[in-house]
Design a protein around this ligand. Structure first.
Ligand SMILES: Nc1nc2c(ncn2[C@@H]2O[C@H](COP(=O)(O)OP(=O)(O)O)[C@@H](O)[C@H]2O)c(=O)[nH]1
Ligand SMILES: [Mg+2]
Length: 319
């Protein structure tokens, strides 16, 4: 077993931090470590929080950490948000409020740079979650800004996805357009101290009526005020209820299977592309020239590259 994997599984926090860095740097030992830790994963509950910038995701995460610690649960946090107070990006007051968690041994916070994760942000984030799982956290919180495809991809690893909205923000149109409705297992109307809650609630409920129609899970809507620490237990209880639903309906098993399958294809895709690109770079000059001259089309080039690659793979395995 890789020495770092062994230390990580034994609860060495520095090994966890180091392993995450190796993953972020797409280190050559990455797959070895992931292989070694895999059988130790699958115990943690993954709760994702997504929503517009400023919706209050980090504040909610901060409150959730305190709540979970009071319940004697350990928590790993992956924040995929460059403006997160966890990465030092937000207002000083928020950072100070979160400071207590940094010295707590039952809490581990890691923020992912949106640039610079060589293996791709979604994959790096998921692999970080796996490492935290193997380390032994009870709960892993994943915070992402709900803006694009890669955020949606990240959320596919979560057992439960909570979408955070604000009253009077017009969020709901965005949520609907961006395909976030499909991944929401529960809604959290945060900043419920601000005006516009009944309107948002009404809009949400009429949308949910359509969505919930054919589903056994009735997407709950909880209201929170994270600045006043209001109804954080309501949020957690709704998440727990969803966890129970996943377990009892078999949906959880189905999702986890799907996630594992997706991970296989992601790894194959990434590793093949890496290898292929290294080799193909040597021949690129010829076909780029032909391509720009209009002598050949991109599809034929792609086909030729794949054919060559597949044949080479075959002859390699015959040797
Ligand atoms: N009025 C009000 N402000 C809040 C609430 N929750 C968070 N905020 C503020 O909203 C801002 C953005 O919060 P943050 O957690 O960084 O949002 P994120 O970008 O979604 O992570 C901060 O200044 C928070 O203090 C709330 O419940 N009510
Ligand atoms: Mg944030």
């Amino acid at each position: 077993m890789h020495p770092l994997a062994k230390r990580l599984i034994n609860g060495d926090e520095r090994a966890l931090a180091r392993a995450i860095s190796l993953i972020e740097n797409d280190d050559k030992d990455k797959l070895t470590i992931l292989k070694d830790i895999h059988q130790h994963t699958g115990k943690a509950y993954y709760l994702g929080l997504t929503g517009s910038p400023g919706a209050g995701k980090s504040s909610l995460v901060n409150r959730l950490i305190s709540h979970l610690r009071a319940l004697n649960l350990t928590v790993g946090i992956v924040a995929v948000d460059p403006t997160s107070p966890f990465s030092g990006g937000a207002l000083l007051g928020d950072r100070v409020r979160m400071a207590e968690h940094f010295t707590d041994r039952g809490v581990f916070i890691r923020s992912m740079g949106t640039r610079g994760s060589l293996g791709g942000l979604a994959r790096t984030t998921k692999e970080t979650v796996r490492l935290m799982d193997a380390y032994g956290f009870d709960v892993i919180l994943i915070e992402t800004v709900g803006v694009g495809q890669s955020e949606l991809d990240i959320m596919k690893i979560a057992d439960t996805t909570a979408v955070v909205l604000n009253p009077g923000s017009g969020d709901i149109v965005q949520i609907f357009k961006a395909g976030i409705m499909e991944i929401a297992d529960l809604y959290c109307i945060n900043k419920a101290d601000l005006p516009g809650v009944p309107k948002l609630l009404g809009q949400l409920e009429s949308l949910l009526e359509i969505i919930n129609h054919d589903s056994d899970w009735k997407t709950p809507v909880v209201q929170t005020i994270s600045t006043e620490n209001k109804n954080i237990d309501g949020l957690w209880n709704a998440a727990k209820e969803h966890q129970r639903y996943l377990l009892e309906s078999g949906e959880g098993e189905k999702r986890r299977k799907q996630h594992l399958q997706t991970e296989v294809y992601e790894v194959v895709h990434a590793e093949l592309m890496k290898d292929l690109l290294i080799h193909e770079k040597e021949h690129e000059e010829t076909w780029i020239h032909e391509l720009t001259n209009g002598e050949v089309d991109p599809y034929s080039v792609a086909e030729a590259i794949m054919a060559k690659w597949l044949n080479q793979g075959k002859s390699d395995s015959n040797e």
